[in-house]
Design a protein around this ligand. Structure first.
Ligand code: GLN
Length: 504
């Protein structure tokens, strides 16, 4: 098998080849490292490539040769968003203030991937501290969209999504506070899942907004996301918000869903407030076609109304900066990262370090959050935003009384151009309307590709389920994915090359 074939394989296919002994982990890992070497100069999906990857792969091959029973994904390579702490690899969260910082511990999701024998290829680019929707706020320069190098790959996890879409990795980890897994997946033609809040440990994920953050998978197929979710999920005593419950096998659900071909018995709610003029015409067209396809497959489509969704962006952009301003207080030039040595008091050094270490979007949000939390304003801003959060949760409760899953476009448009929204923070924020409600409610969400827009760029379908019902997303998502594949013939495999380093 050529190394190009290995990078074109899904994670599940690759795992099958590894388990059968047809391919070694060294070969699989080398193929992906070669792909990174060929295309990442143009793409910039990676901030750091793991120099120890081949040694880790060899160790897995040796264990397999010695007859050890390994996890089904053992030896498969994976990319890690730079928001997650990794022993031996810098973890910067896309910020100068953490440049070169190498954590003394692995984030729990990373530790679980390693324990299952997956090989980390490296750390992927992201908006600084996961603040953004385009990866342009990375202190290390933007990532480009492999479908069109002049377009954004989404954000904040544009690096993970671009890496997966460009065949640099079969799967990756992301984090989703307001859409940073789902929106990049949508605009790169990938699959991304935000688990139920508390379903995956946040231990070792550099905090943005603790009540919203969730770690989750990015991949090219629903099954691959399920396989990763099965490994990283479940209770972790290191995270006090981690749920103590037994989760079903998401991979089994995805396999069942793909095999069934039917959505009979599934009530699918279309969210009226996310099916409006605010959605670009080509995205809306793909969405309506997909809803029709869901109906043909036996799904019962109903319209649901969520009147408070209108206020979701406003509430989120108060709650998030409030929590972020508190979380980012730890970057004080004493404990982590950058210290600008100069005369004066501790406060002077701290101020100079934060001035030099944080980028403009991070400063904007720290100032916004500090202001919203300040005495006299707390009730008017943070308090009201929390009330809106409750209203949105009630809207979801009412919607899920009518439907098993909800659907909407994952993002209002296909990938916009680099630079298009960078000087207009409100336009950048408004882009998050489709994804933010799920974070405010803590429910699980998934984005899967549903074809191409008029510009030939990917469009994503968002699926939402009630708390703890991530399994519904995998079952229904895999069915819809299989039905769409008949129509679109595997859109990822057929696109013309945007990358000179090799045909897509
Ligand atoms: N675009 C959102 C924001 O800028 C999403 C962030 C995220 O999910 N990390 O806050």
């Amino acid at each position: 098998m050529t190394s190009q074939d290995l990078t074109r394989s899904s994670g599940a296919e690759l795992a099958g080849l590894l388990a059968a002994g047809d391919v070694s982990s060294v070969e699989a890992t080398q193929a992906h490292l070669d792909r990174i070497a060929a295309v990442d100069g143009e793409l910039h999906a990676f901030l750091h490539v793991n120099a120890g990857a081949l040694d880790e792969a060899r160790a897995i091959d040796d264990r397999r040769a010695a007859g050890e029973r390994l996890h089904e994904l053992a030896g498969a390579p994976v990319a890690i968003k730079d928001v997650l702490c990794t022993i031996g690899m810098p973890s910067t969260s896309g910020s100068r203030i953490l440049e070169g910082w190498v954590p003394p511990y692995d984030a729990t999701p990373v530790a679980r991937l390693k324990a299952a024998g997956l090989v980390a290829l490296g750390k992927t680019n992201m908006d600084e501290f996961a603040m953004g929707s385009s990866t342009e706020h990375s202190a290390y320069g933007p990532t480009r969209n492999p479908w069109d190098l002049e377009r954004i790959p989404g954000g904040s996890g544009g690096g993970s999504a671009a890496a997966v879409a460009a065949f640099e990795a079969p799967f990756a980890l992301g984090s989703d506070t307001g859409g940073s897994i789902r929106q990049p997946a949508a605009v790169t033609g990938s699959v991304g899942v935000k688990p139920t809040y508390g379903g995956v440990s946040r231990y070792g994920a550099i905090a943005l907004a603790s009540s919203l953050d969730q770690v989750g998978p990015v991949s090219r197929t629903v099954l691959d996301s399920a396989l990763i979710h099965d490994v990283i999920g479940g209770h972790d005593p290191h995270d006090s918000t981690s749920l103590q419950r037994e989760w079903p096998s998401f991979a089994a659900a995805a396999r069942e869903g793909a095999a069934s071909g039917s959505l009979a018995g599934l009530k699918v709610g279309v969210i009226r407030e996310l099916d409006t003029d605010g959605i670009a015409a080509d995205v809306a067209a793909r969405f309506h076609e997909t809803v029709a396809l869901i109906e043909r497959a036996g799904g019962e489509v109903v319209e649901v109304s969520m009147p408070s969704v209108e206020y979701a962006v406003a509430a989120y952009y108060l709650i998030l900066p409030a929590e972020a301003s508190s979380n980012l207080a730890r970057f004080d030039s004493v404990r982590f990262g950058l210290r600008v040595e100069q005369g004066g008091t501790v406060e002077d050094v701290m101020a100079a370090s934060r001035e030099a270490g944080f980028g403009p979007e991070v400063k904007r949000r720290i100032i916004l959050g500090t202001y919203a939390l300040s005495a006299g304003y707390y009730d008017a801003y943070y308090g009201s935003a929390q009330q809106v959060r409750t209203l949105i949760q009630r809207d979801f409760d009412a919607a899920f009384a009518q439907a098993d899953v909800l659907v909407s476009p994952s993002a209002p448009t296909t990938a916009f151009r680099l630079g298009e929204k960078i000087d207009d923070p409100l336009a950048m924020y408004a882009n998050d309307i489709t994804t933010i409600p799920a974070n405010l409610a803590g429910i699980p969400g998934m984005s899967i590709p549903m074809g191409l827009g008029d510009d030939g760029l990917p469009v994503g379908l968002q699926l939402l389920a009630p708390h703890f019902e991530d399994v519904r997303l995998y079952r229904a998502g895999a069915t819809i994915e299989a039905l769409l594949a008949e129509q679109w013939g595997g859109i990822l495999a057929t696109k013309a090359p945007a990358l000179t380093g090799g045909a897509r």
